[in-house]
Design a protein around this ligand. Structure first.
Ligand SMILES: *Cc1c(COP(=O)(O)O)cnc(C)c1O
Length: 371
Protein backbone atom coordinates (compact mmCIF):
# COMPACT_ATOMS: atom_id res chain seq x y z
CA UNK A 1 0.00 0.00 0.00
CA UNK A 2 1.17 3.55 -0.60
CA UNK A 3 2.54 5.60 2.25
CA UNK A 4 0.17 7.09 4.86
CA UNK A 5 -0.62 10.75 4.26
CA UNK A 6 -0.86 12.46 7.66
CA UNK A 7 -3.37 15.25 8.24
CA UNK A 8 -0.49 17.61 9.05
CA UNK A 9 3.25 17.84 8.44
CA UNK A 10 5.06 21.09 9.22
CA UNK A 11 7.74 22.63 7.01
CA UNK A 12 11.01 23.33 8.86
CA UNK A 13 13.52 23.98 6.10
CA UNK A 14 14.49 27.62 6.67
CA UNK A 15 16.74 28.98 9.44
CA UNK A 16 15.15 26.76 12.13
CA UNK A 17 18.20 24.53 12.52
CA UNK A 18 20.62 27.45 12.60
CA UNK A 19 18.74 29.43 15.25
CA UNK A 20 17.99 26.41 17.46
CA UNK A 21 21.64 25.33 17.29
CA UNK A 22 22.59 28.85 18.32
CA UNK A 23 20.51 28.39 21.50
CA UNK A 24 22.22 25.07 22.21
CA UNK A 25 25.69 26.43 21.58
CA UNK A 26 25.21 29.53 23.71
CA UNK A 27 23.34 27.68 26.45
CA UNK A 28 20.32 30.04 26.30
CA UNK A 29 17.49 27.54 26.32
CA UNK A 30 15.00 28.87 28.90
CA UNK A 31 12.70 31.87 28.52
CA UNK A 32 15.68 34.10 29.34
CA UNK A 33 17.22 34.43 25.94
CA UNK A 34 17.33 36.92 23.14
CA UNK A 35 15.17 35.00 20.66
CA UNK A 36 12.09 35.51 22.83
CA UNK A 37 12.26 39.30 22.55
CA UNK A 38 13.28 39.15 18.91
CA UNK A 39 10.33 36.89 18.07
CA UNK A 40 7.88 39.02 20.08
CA UNK A 41 9.00 42.18 18.33
CA UNK A 42 9.08 40.69 14.84
CA UNK A 43 5.67 39.07 15.30
CA UNK A 44 4.04 42.20 16.73
CA UNK A 45 5.47 44.20 13.82
CA UNK A 46 4.09 41.66 11.31
CA UNK A 47 0.55 42.15 12.63
CA UNK A 48 1.01 45.87 13.21
CA UNK A 49 0.68 45.87 17.00
CA UNK A 50 2.71 47.63 19.66
CA UNK A 51 3.26 44.67 22.01
CA UNK A 52 3.82 40.95 21.55
CA UNK A 53 3.79 38.67 24.61
CA UNK A 54 4.99 35.14 23.83
CA UNK A 55 3.47 32.33 25.88
CA UNK A 56 3.55 28.53 26.15
CA UNK A 57 0.63 27.85 23.78
CA UNK A 58 -2.48 29.35 22.21
CA UNK A 59 -4.76 28.22 25.03
CA UNK A 60 -2.49 29.98 27.54
CA UNK A 61 -2.63 33.09 25.34
CA UNK A 62 -6.43 33.12 25.62
CA UNK A 63 -6.39 32.48 29.38
CA UNK A 64 -3.88 35.23 30.05
CA UNK A 65 -5.60 37.69 27.70
CA UNK A 66 -9.00 37.23 29.33
CA UNK A 67 -7.64 37.20 32.87
CA UNK A 68 -5.73 40.43 32.21
CA UNK A 69 -9.04 42.27 31.69
CA UNK A 70 -10.13 41.70 35.33
CA UNK A 71 -13.80 41.43 34.44
CA UNK A 72 -16.25 41.01 37.33
CA UNK A 73 -17.06 37.35 38.05
CA UNK A 74 -20.19 36.25 36.25
CA UNK A 75 -19.71 38.66 33.34
CA UNK A 76 -20.72 37.24 29.99
CA UNK A 77 -18.39 36.77 27.04
CA UNK A 78 -19.89 35.99 23.64
CA UNK A 79 -18.02 33.27 21.77
CA UNK A 80 -18.74 31.06 18.76
CA UNK A 81 -20.31 27.63 19.39
CA UNK A 82 -18.21 26.21 16.57
CA UNK A 83 -14.63 26.49 17.84
CA UNK A 84 -11.99 24.76 19.92
CA UNK A 85 -12.50 24.23 23.68
CA UNK A 86 -9.62 26.64 24.44
CA UNK A 87 -11.90 29.62 23.81
CA UNK A 88 -14.61 28.46 26.20
CA UNK A 89 -12.28 27.17 28.89
CA UNK A 90 -10.41 30.47 29.05
CA UNK A 91 -13.72 32.21 29.73
CA UNK A 92 -14.88 29.65 32.30
CA UNK A 93 -11.52 29.49 34.13
CA UNK A 94 -11.66 33.27 34.56
CA UNK A 95 -14.99 32.88 36.39
CA UNK A 96 -16.96 34.26 33.44
CA UNK A 97 -19.90 32.91 31.47
CA UNK A 98 -19.56 31.91 27.83
CA UNK A 99 -22.56 32.76 25.67
CA UNK A 100 -22.57 30.77 22.44
CA UNK A 101 -23.43 32.08 18.97
CA UNK A 102 -24.26 29.77 16.08
CA UNK A 103 -22.09 29.48 12.97
CA UNK A 104 -22.60 30.70 9.44
CA UNK A 105 -23.28 27.70 7.16
CA UNK A 106 -20.92 28.88 4.40
CA UNK A 107 -17.95 30.56 6.12
CA UNK A 108 -18.29 28.41 9.30
CA UNK A 109 -17.48 31.51 11.35
CA UNK A 110 -19.59 33.03 14.11
CA UNK A 111 -22.81 34.30 12.49
CA UNK A 112 -22.47 38.01 13.27
CA UNK A 113 -26.11 38.70 12.39
CA UNK A 114 -27.01 36.77 15.57
CA UNK A 115 -24.64 38.67 17.85
CA UNK A 116 -26.77 41.54 19.03
CA UNK A 117 -29.53 39.28 20.38
CA UNK A 118 -26.94 37.74 22.71
CA UNK A 119 -25.91 41.01 24.35
CA UNK A 120 -27.25 41.55 27.87
CA UNK A 121 -26.50 43.94 30.72
CA UNK A 122 -23.80 41.51 31.88
CA UNK A 123 -21.95 41.22 28.55
CA UNK A 124 -18.39 42.56 28.77
CA UNK A 125 -16.59 41.10 25.78
CA UNK A 126 -16.95 39.44 22.39
CA UNK A 127 -14.51 36.79 21.20
CA UNK A 128 -14.43 36.50 17.41
CA UNK A 129 -12.49 33.39 16.34
CA UNK A 130 -11.36 33.18 12.72
CA UNK A 131 -12.29 29.63 11.72
CA UNK A 132 -10.29 27.47 9.28
CA UNK A 133 -9.60 29.84 6.38
CA UNK A 134 -11.86 32.87 6.30
CA UNK A 135 -11.95 35.71 8.82
CA UNK A 136 -14.99 36.65 10.86
CA UNK A 137 -16.91 39.60 9.39
CA UNK A 138 -15.29 42.04 11.82
CA UNK A 139 -17.06 45.33 11.08
CA UNK A 140 -20.35 44.35 12.76
CA UNK A 141 -18.35 43.01 15.73
CA UNK A 142 -16.44 46.28 16.03
CA UNK A 143 -19.64 48.35 15.71
CA UNK A 144 -21.43 46.35 18.42
CA UNK A 145 -18.40 46.45 20.71
CA UNK A 146 -18.28 50.26 20.32
CA UNK A 147 -22.00 50.64 20.84
CA UNK A 148 -22.13 48.49 23.99
CA UNK A 149 -18.66 49.31 25.29
CA UNK A 150 -17.33 45.76 25.06
CA UNK A 151 -13.81 44.43 24.78
CA UNK A 152 -12.85 42.34 21.76
CA UNK A 153 -10.66 39.29 22.35
CA UNK A 154 -9.70 38.18 18.86
CA UNK A 155 -8.51 34.59 18.43
CA UNK A 156 -6.46 34.59 15.22
CA UNK A 157 -4.70 31.24 15.85
CA UNK A 158 -5.87 29.72 12.57
CA UNK A 159 -5.20 32.69 10.36
CA UNK A 160 -1.71 34.04 10.90
CA UNK A 161 -1.15 36.54 8.10
CA UNK A 162 -4.79 36.55 6.89
CA UNK A 163 -6.47 39.90 6.30
CA UNK A 164 -9.99 41.30 6.66
CA UNK A 165 -10.60 44.18 4.24
CA UNK A 166 -6.84 44.46 3.87
CA UNK A 167 -6.27 44.80 7.62
CA UNK A 168 -4.34 41.96 9.15
CA UNK A 169 -6.04 39.47 11.50
CA UNK A 170 -4.70 40.03 14.99
CA UNK A 171 -5.08 43.79 14.64
CA UNK A 172 -8.73 43.90 15.71
CA UNK A 173 -8.80 42.86 19.35
CA UNK A 174 -8.23 44.86 22.49
CA UNK A 175 -6.06 41.78 22.86
CA UNK A 176 -5.55 39.30 20.02
CA UNK A 177 -4.14 35.81 20.38
CA UNK A 178 -2.27 33.27 18.27
CA UNK A 179 -1.11 29.66 18.53
CA UNK A 180 2.05 28.15 17.06
CA UNK A 181 1.03 24.51 17.32
CA UNK A 182 2.59 22.51 14.42
CA UNK A 183 -0.54 22.68 12.27
CA UNK A 184 -0.72 26.50 12.37
CA UNK A 185 0.71 28.71 9.63
CA UNK A 186 3.92 29.05 11.63
CA UNK A 187 4.99 26.76 14.45
CA UNK A 188 7.21 26.71 17.53
CA UNK A 189 6.27 23.11 18.43
CA UNK A 190 4.06 24.43 21.22
CA UNK A 191 3.66 28.16 21.62
CA UNK A 192 1.39 31.16 21.51
CA UNK A 193 1.34 34.95 21.44
CA UNK A 194 -0.82 37.78 22.69
CA UNK A 195 -0.65 41.08 20.82
CA UNK A 196 -2.09 44.43 21.86
CA UNK A 197 -1.55 48.18 21.51
CA UNK A 198 -2.54 48.77 25.14
CA UNK A 199 0.43 49.35 27.47
CA UNK A 200 -1.49 48.48 30.62
CA UNK A 201 -2.91 45.17 29.38
CA UNK A 202 0.46 44.25 27.85
CA UNK A 203 2.09 44.69 31.24
CA UNK A 204 -0.67 42.67 32.92
CA UNK A 205 -0.16 39.86 30.42
CA UNK A 206 3.62 39.85 30.94
CA UNK A 207 3.09 39.64 34.67
CA UNK A 208 0.43 36.89 34.49
CA UNK A 209 2.63 34.86 32.16
CA UNK A 210 5.45 34.93 34.69
CA UNK A 211 3.89 34.15 38.10
CA UNK A 212 2.99 37.80 38.81
CA UNK A 213 6.29 38.68 40.47
CA UNK A 214 5.94 42.12 42.06
CA UNK A 215 8.04 44.69 40.21
CA UNK A 216 9.82 45.99 43.32
CA UNK A 217 10.72 42.68 44.97
CA UNK A 218 11.41 39.25 43.49
CA UNK A 219 9.33 36.45 45.12
CA UNK A 220 6.67 38.89 46.27
CA UNK A 221 3.21 38.31 44.77
CA UNK A 222 -0.13 40.15 44.96
CA UNK A 223 -1.93 37.99 42.42
CA UNK A 224 -1.82 34.36 41.33
CA UNK A 225 -0.18 34.11 37.95
CA UNK A 226 0.88 31.27 35.69
CA UNK A 227 4.14 29.93 34.39
CA UNK A 228 3.23 30.20 30.73
CA UNK A 229 6.63 31.40 29.50
CA UNK A 230 7.90 30.53 26.02
CA UNK A 231 11.43 29.12 25.83
CA UNK A 232 14.26 30.56 23.77
CA UNK A 233 14.35 27.31 21.79
CA UNK A 234 10.71 27.76 20.79
CA UNK A 235 11.20 31.42 19.95
CA UNK A 236 14.23 30.53 17.79
CA UNK A 237 11.98 28.21 15.79
CA UNK A 238 9.30 30.89 15.64
CA UNK A 239 11.63 33.55 14.29
CA UNK A 240 12.84 31.24 11.53
CA UNK A 241 9.24 30.31 10.70
CA UNK A 242 8.07 33.90 10.64
CA UNK A 243 10.68 34.67 7.96
CA UNK A 244 8.81 32.21 5.72
CA UNK A 245 5.23 33.26 6.51
CA UNK A 246 4.45 34.86 3.15
CA UNK A 247 5.72 31.78 1.36
CA UNK A 248 3.67 29.52 3.65
CA UNK A 249 0.50 31.53 2.97
CA UNK A 250 1.08 31.29 -0.77
CA UNK A 251 1.67 27.57 -0.45
CA UNK A 252 -1.57 27.05 1.52
CA UNK A 253 -3.51 29.06 -1.06
CA UNK A 254 -2.06 26.97 -3.90
CA UNK A 255 -2.99 23.80 -2.03
CA UNK A 256 -6.52 25.13 -1.53
CA UNK A 257 -6.81 25.95 -5.25
CA UNK A 258 -5.70 22.46 -6.24
CA UNK A 259 -8.22 20.86 -3.84
CA UNK A 260 -10.94 23.07 -5.35
CA UNK A 261 -9.93 22.16 -8.88
CA UNK A 262 -9.99 18.43 -8.13
CA UNK A 263 -13.12 18.37 -5.95
CA UNK A 264 -15.49 20.94 -7.43
CA UNK A 265 -18.63 19.36 -8.82
CA UNK A 266 -18.37 16.22 -6.69
CA UNK A 267 -22.00 15.55 -5.70
CA UNK A 268 -22.87 15.68 -2.01
CA UNK A 269 -19.77 17.61 -1.02
CA UNK A 270 -19.75 21.23 0.23
CA UNK A 271 -16.36 22.88 -0.28
CA UNK A 272 -15.05 25.93 1.59
CA UNK A 273 -15.75 29.32 0.00
CA UNK A 274 -12.78 30.53 -2.03
CA UNK A 275 -13.43 34.08 -0.90
CA UNK A 276 -15.87 36.47 0.72
CA UNK A 277 -16.41 40.21 0.22
CA UNK A 278 -13.54 40.87 2.60
CA UNK A 279 -10.96 38.09 2.24
CA UNK A 280 -9.43 35.32 0.15
CA UNK A 281 -9.42 31.94 1.86
CA UNK A 282 -6.09 31.15 3.51
CA UNK A 283 -6.93 27.41 3.96
CA UNK A 284 -5.49 26.82 7.40
CA UNK A 285 -7.15 23.46 6.83
CA UNK A 286 -9.15 22.33 3.81
CA UNK A 287 -12.53 21.47 5.31
CA UNK A 288 -15.38 19.74 3.51
CA UNK A 289 -18.97 19.17 4.63
CA UNK A 290 -20.93 16.13 3.48
CA UNK A 291 -24.51 16.82 2.48
CA UNK A 292 -26.04 13.44 3.19
CA UNK A 293 -24.19 11.30 5.70
CA UNK A 294 -22.18 11.92 8.87
CA UNK A 295 -18.44 12.48 8.34
CA UNK A 296 -17.39 9.67 10.63
CA UNK A 297 -17.85 6.90 8.02
CA UNK A 298 -15.74 8.75 5.48
CA UNK A 299 -13.08 9.47 8.10
CA UNK A 300 -12.80 5.75 8.85
CA UNK A 301 -12.68 4.75 5.18
CA UNK A 302 -10.04 7.34 4.34
CA UNK A 303 -7.96 6.11 7.25
CA UNK A 304 -8.18 2.53 5.97
CA UNK A 305 -6.93 3.79 2.64
CA UNK A 306 -3.96 5.59 4.18
CA UNK A 307 -5.25 9.14 4.53
CA UNK A 308 -5.37 11.08 7.79
CA UNK A 309 -8.22 13.52 8.40
CA UNK A 310 -9.87 15.17 11.40
CA UNK A 311 -13.54 15.71 12.20
CA UNK A 312 -14.74 19.30 12.55
CA UNK A 313 -15.02 20.92 15.99
CA UNK A 314 -17.62 19.61 18.45
CA UNK A 315 -20.14 22.33 19.40
CA UNK A 316 -19.43 24.13 22.68
CA UNK A 317 -23.06 24.05 23.89
CA UNK A 318 -23.03 20.24 23.66
CA UNK A 319 -19.72 19.63 25.44
CA UNK A 320 -20.29 17.17 28.29
CA UNK A 321 -17.92 19.13 30.54
CA UNK A 322 -20.28 22.12 30.56
CA UNK A 323 -23.59 20.32 31.04
CA UNK A 324 -23.67 20.58 34.83
CA UNK A 325 -22.27 24.08 35.16
CA UNK A 326 -24.63 26.57 36.74
CA UNK A 327 -24.66 28.91 33.76
CA UNK A 328 -25.41 26.22 31.18
CA UNK A 329 -28.69 26.80 29.36
CA UNK A 330 -30.56 23.53 28.98
CA UNK A 331 -31.76 22.29 25.57
CA UNK A 332 -29.89 25.03 23.75
CA UNK A 333 -29.99 24.45 19.99
CA UNK A 334 -27.47 25.90 17.57
CA UNK A 335 -28.32 23.96 14.43
CA UNK A 336 -25.55 25.13 12.12
CA UNK A 337 -22.76 24.33 14.58
CA UNK A 338 -24.42 20.96 15.23
CA UNK A 339 -24.66 20.21 11.50
CA UNK A 340 -21.05 21.20 10.79
CA UNK A 341 -19.77 19.13 13.65
CA UNK A 342 -21.59 16.03 12.43
CA UNK A 343 -21.01 16.37 8.69
CA UNK A 344 -17.62 18.08 8.45
CA UNK A 345 -14.05 16.86 8.23
CA UNK A 346 -10.80 18.29 7.04
CA UNK A 347 -8.37 16.78 4.60
CA UNK A 348 -4.57 16.68 4.84
CA UNK A 349 -3.48 20.33 4.83
CA UNK A 350 0.09 20.46 6.18
CA UNK A 351 2.74 22.68 4.64
CA UNK A 352 4.84 19.71 3.49
CA UNK A 353 1.99 18.13 1.55
CA UNK A 354 2.85 17.55 -2.14
CA UNK A 355 0.64 17.96 -5.21
CA UNK A 356 0.84 14.23 -5.80
CA UNK A 357 -0.45 13.57 -2.30
CA UNK A 358 -3.35 16.01 -2.82
CA UNK A 359 -4.23 14.19 -6.03
CA UNK A 360 -4.22 10.85 -4.22
CA UNK A 361 -6.43 12.27 -1.44
CA UNK A 362 -8.95 13.57 -3.98
CA UNK A 363 -8.96 10.40 -6.10
CA UNK A 364 -9.52 8.29 -3.01
CA UNK A 365 -12.24 10.60 -1.72
CA UNK A 366 -14.12 10.51 -5.03
CA UNK A 367 -13.78 6.74 -5.24
CA UNK A 368 -15.35 6.35 -1.78
CA UNK A 369 -18.15 8.85 -2.38
CA UNK A 370 -19.07 7.34 -5.73
CA UNK A 371 -19.08 3.74 -4.55
C1 LIG B 1 -5.03 25.89 17.86
C2 LIG B 1 -6.02 26.83 18.41
C3 LIG B 1 -6.01 27.25 19.75
C4 LIG B 1 -5.17 26.58 20.81
O1 LIG B 1 -3.84 26.66 20.62
P1 LIG B 1 -2.87 25.64 21.41
O2 LIG B 1 -1.53 26.22 21.06
O3 LIG B 1 -3.08 24.30 20.81
O4 LIG B 1 -3.19 25.74 22.83
C5 LIG B 1 -6.89 28.24 20.14
N1 LIG B 1 -7.76 28.76 19.30
C6 LIG B 1 -7.85 28.34 18.02
C7 LIG B 1 -8.87 28.97 17.14
C8 LIG B 1 -7.00 27.35 17.54
O5 LIG B 1 -7.12 26.93 16.28
Amino acid sequence: MSEFIPVNTPSLTGNERKYVLDCLETGWISSEGSYVNAFEEAFAARVGRKHGIAVANGTAALEVAITSLELPKGSEVIIPAFTIISCALAVVRAGLIPVFVDADPLTWNMDVSKLETKITARTRAIMPVHIYGLPVDMQPVIDLADKHNLYIIEDAAEQIGQTYNEKVCGSFGTLSTFSFYPNKHITTGEGGMIVTDDDYFAERCRSLRNLCFAPERRFLHRELGYNYRMTNLQAALGLAQLEQLDFFIEKKRNMGSLYHELLSGVPGLQLPLRETKFAQNIYWVFGVVLEKSPAINLIDKLKEMGIGTRPFFYPMHQQPVFQNMSWKRSKEQLPVAEHLSEMGLYLPSGLSLTELQIKRVCDTLKEILQS
